[in-house]
Design a protein around this ligand. Structure first.
Ligand SMILES: [Zn+2]
Length: 364
């Protein structure tokens, strides 16, 4: 072989091996959790909507959702596994059951100077979003979790749960007299207390706190804005980041519909979540450097599609009013998406996500 072409061949082999061993890393990562969203919840959305954005994903798989101590997880342990790469006992958030904190993908991302965002339809101190930015022994420590959110330096957060930030005297439930909303400006946030004002926020604002309800957001069917609208506001802000961003989006109330065994509620929360999935997948398709991963922390209600017709009408049945151990779906699109195919343990999904942020991350 000619000497020059031999060198070219060797270089090609070396670069091919490097490529094969190092997954392509995305600039941006969007983690979407449908709380309680088992396979049949996604089925209701896909069967009812021929244009469902769930059809756009290039890769799919399943997640085993167990916690450290139970076959059937709660949202605190489920989200902790997905966001920190460790299983913990039910009830603990971002820490083991003695309170020793795990490092979450948020901290890895902030070390790499990514911008960060959270968009949820529950209170911002609820277990799933809390697992991103807080470490507490018990998910019930929501005042402590609120303190940790303000201190977390998340660039944009949108959701409900204002009562955990305000003292009793001014429509809150804090007994310590602290008004955490006053702390927001000290930490550089522009604060918005309803959707109408948040919508007018400028994407040039560096830090945005949208705590737009006293409690959770209204049901999707009772809002004139969608989780997709909220997600778009966050993306408009975060996409300016030169270093990339990570964002958590949660369809929080899919789980509540499952607990209540309410079919209409489940279907409309899935439609709402799908609107956010569409916003994210459209962004990723255009951007071409964003990983979108959609999964659930667990299934809720043991839901099945019992009857229906091809026009999309359906009757749902529930076997339970709590969570189940059913495996949940995992959908991914974008650079690194192939890492999330097949059957994975929930904590392994967390580890793979974190390694896309920092390949040097080590796990015990
Ligand atoms: Zn639940």
């Amino acid at each position: 072989m000619h000497k020059k072409s031999l060198i070219v061949s060797i270089l090609l082999i070396i670069s091919f091996q490097l490529f094969a061993e190092t997954p392509v890393r995305p600039k941006n990562i969007i983690i979407m959790i449908g709380d309680g969203m088992g396979v049949n919840y996604v089925s209701t959305e896909v069967l009812r909507n021929p244009q469902s954005p769930f059809r756009e994903f290039s890769n799919s798989g399943f997640s085993i959702t167990c916690s450290a101590d139970k076959l059937i997880t709660d949202s605190a342990a489920g989200a902790t596994a997905l966001l920190s790469g460790y299983r913990t006992k039910n009830g603990s958030v971002g820490s083991d059951s003695t309170g020793i904190p795990f490092k979450s993908i948020l901290e890895y991302s902030q070390e790499k100077k990514f911008k960060t965002g959270i968009v949820v339809t529950c209170g911002l101190t609820h277990a799933t979003p809390a697992a991103l930015y807080a470490s507490v022994k018990s998910r019930k420590e929501e005042f402590d979790i609120a303190d940790q959110l303000i201190a977390s330096d998340v660039d944009i957060f949108i959701g409900g749960g204002r009562k955990f930030f305000l003292p009793i005297e001014i429509n809150g439930i804090r007994e310590d007299g602290i008004n955490l909303l006053k702390e927001l400006s000290k930490h550089g946030y522009s604060y918005y207390d309803d959707y109408a004002s948040l919508k007018k926020s400028l994407s040039t604002e560096s830090k945005v706190a949208g705590i737009i309800e006293i409690d959770a957001l209204p049901h999707a069917s009772k809002r004139d804005y969608s989780l997709g609208d909220l997600t778009q506001i966050a993306i408009n802000n975060l996409q300016k980041s030169e270093n990339g961003f990570i964002m958590l989006v949660e369809g929080s109330q899919i789980d509540w519909a499952g607990h209540d065994n309410k079919a209409d509620y489940a279907i409309s929360e899935m439609e709402d979540f799908a609107k956010a999935v569409k916003v994210c997948i459209d962004f990723a398709m255009e951007d071409k450097n964003t990983l979108v991963l959609v999964t659930a922390d667990h299934e809720t209600g043991g839901m099945s599609i019992k009857k229906g017709s091809l026009d999309g009408s359906m009757e749902l049945a529930f076997t339970h009013t709590s969570h189940t151990a059913e495996m949940v779906p995992v959908f991914s699109h974008g650079p690194g998406a192939e890492l999330f195919k097949g059957i994975l343990d929930n904590y392994e999904i967390g580890r793979r996500l974190i390694k896309l942020v920092n390949p040097e991350a080590l796990f015990k």
